[in-house]
Structure formats: C-alpha cells, structure tokens
Design a binder for this molecule. Sequence first.
Ligand code: CTP
Length: 404
Amino acid sequence: MSGQEDRSCTMRDRNILFGITGSIAAFKAAGWVHALTKEEARVTVVMTRAATRFVSSLTFGALSGNRVYTDMFGEGDNETMAHITLPRMSDLVLIAPATAQTIARLAQGMADDLLCTAVLAGTAPMIICPAMNSNMLAHPATRRNLNTLKELGYVVIEPDTGLLACGDEGAGRLPEWDSVREVLLGLFIDDDLAGRKVLITAGPTREPVDPARYLSNRSSGKMGYALARTAKRRGADVVLISGPVHLEPPPGVELVQVLTARDMKKAVDKYAAESSVIVKAAAVADFRPTHAGVRKIKKAQAELKLELTPNPDILTELGRDRRADQILVGFAAESNDHEAEGRRKLKDKRVDLMVVNDIMGEKTGFDADTNQVTLISNDGVEQLALMSKEQTANCIWDRVAAML
Ligand code: CTP
C-alpha cells in the first residue's frame, strides 16, 4: 500500500512572502491572502506605501494572522533586517497586484523600499502579477520591463482581459485566484511531463433517446479533471475531452466538450496521434438507443422496449492502433472482482496501466472527492491508499512518468 502525504496538491505549510503594491486591484489580493491562509499557508504581507492608500494594512494583518510590513526602517528588532529575514524564510515571493512603477523598479534592480530590497535579497521563485490600465500595460516601456523580468527568471502571469476599474475594456485585470494558485503549485513540483502532449477523457457520455431524454451514468468527471489539472502542473500540454459535467475547467488546459460516445471517439481520433500519453478516465456509455426519436416519445405511443446498439470501444481501438512509444492508461470502475476485471481489461485493451476503483464505496464511488484505486500493469498490482482525487492523479502521473 502506498500513498504518503502529497504536498504538491496543497499550499499547506508553504511560506509565502506576499508583496502588495499601489493598485485598486489590491482589494482582490485580500481574497488571495484569505484563500492561502484557509489552505494553511503561512503568509507574510509586505505593502508598498502606495498600497496602504488603497487597502489598510489592518485588513492584511487580520487575514494573514501575521504582522504586515510596510516600512524599510521599522523600529522593532524584527524589522531592522526584515529585507533579509523575510525572503530567507520564504518558499516563494508573490507580488500581486504589481504596478507599472514596481515592475520598472524591479527591472532596474532598485532597492528603495522594503519590497524591492527583499526581492533582491531573495532566492526563492518570484511571481509577478501585473495589474493596471491596458494602455499602461501595452506601453513599450512596461513591455520591455516585463521582458527584462522574464529574462531574469521572474515568473510573470499575464493579466486577464475585461472591464477595468478605470472603465476601459482591455488587458490589465488581476487573474482569477484559481489560475494563479495552479502556477504556484506547479513551482513546487517537478515538471516531469514538460514537453509531453497528454490527452485525457473525463465524465460520462450522454446517449439521446429523444429530445427530452437520454441514457447516461453517474460519472462526475472529478477524477479526469484532477488528472488534467495535475498533468498541467507537471508541465504537460493537456487536452481534456469531457462529457457533460458540472466542473470548472482546469486553468491552462484545452477543453473539448462532447456529448455522445461517438462524439468522444471523433475528438479522441483528432488528438490521439500527436499525444504521448492517453488516459481514458471517461465513463463511456457502452450502448446507445438505436433509433433516437427526433420528437419527444409520447407515453401513449411508447413501446416498452428500447432497442440498443453498441458504441465503439474507444480504448480498445486506441490499443489496437497504438504507437510503440505511446502510453495508454485505462480506468475500470467495478463493483466486484476488481483485480480480475482490471487484469482482463489490461490485456484485452492492450494498455500499459489500468486504474481500478470500487464504485460501491462511499469514499471511492461516483462524485466522491476521494478515491482508493488499484494500479495494475504488467509489472504487478499496487493498491494505493484512500486519498483525494488530485493526490491519486499525482500517483498515476508518477507511474506514467517512470514509464516515459
Ligand atoms: N471505454 C472506452 N469506450 C467504451 C467503453 C469503455 O474507451 N465504449 C474505456 C473507458 O474509458 C475505460 C475503460 O475502457 O478507460 C474501461 O471501461 P469500463 O466501462 O470499465 O469497461 P468496459 O470495457 O465497458 O467493460 P464492462 O462494462 O463490461 O465492465
């Protein structure tokens, strides 16, 4: 049994030095600090003087549970060397929002306030989230400064486009926390899937009976989405082919939405040849109604028999046509004879790894946030511990990365 605590899925116990500069978007940074502390990260906030004009340091003190640093020359003992001690204690420095002014000063290597000095003194990864008016962002001076920062090794997360606080429409908005969180988590994990094209299918398929009704199954898509999110974190180029689910698409992933098994097959066929890894986490409907009604079937006319036609088995076809250097991973959701069924499917579908889970368990079944799976390959059988679907996904990627 394996499955020790996997810190790559959470911000817990990470030491984050959070720099806040003078932009109206500073109010959004309050939400980010709150999200980080909720995940049990240790956040220390450094504010520039201009930032304190937008949001009070009291707000960040209350949200982080830590003292907030605003001055290079504070009076307490802790403060005299804060520009050295703060970055030394940090796993990561995040500056959000980063104004054009701070970006220019960082690009010049200036050390005229606590935040810039701490950045110069630090060796941890530095992430910059610019937020400003779109013209300021597009100005060649700002672009040049951002390029300088990238060349110096800073991670720059480009802002979103939309309605800005000044009323203009354009690029310059602070991105959503979820996408920034993904970048942060990606910095804490090896990018052992970098340069790999990974194709993942997720969720159920829906087979129409008539315009009002369909055949489907209870798959929530959570396992497939967790696989996509974690593969992206590990540096892969991810295409996620998804049946209908109620989940937010993972940031940075190409999402292809499909409905029926035949739609899914078409989409898989489009991407399969270029993919080095294909993971079929989708619960594909094995059958579809032979004659889907164009109009709603009326109770009075309905026959009590539904004629079904088998759907193509996408994974079996992938296994048949596979390239020697391609890794194929299948899933088997079972209610009984788990290992025997997993072994049978490994062989019949000619895949490298079968992930078998128990659909009858409360914490491993459909829609659960956790899973407990058995990994079956030609090298043997490995039972993983009960853990979150993201952690389970990471264990699967560990095995795939080793095979690659
Ligand atoms: N699969 C597929 N196309 C299908 C059916 C299944 O690609 N038409 C894939 C699933 O995505 C999964 C694997 O095959 O990765 C096993 O699916 P599962 O439903 O467990 O197995 P089946 O082959 O359908 O066998 P059974 O229903 O008899 O258990």
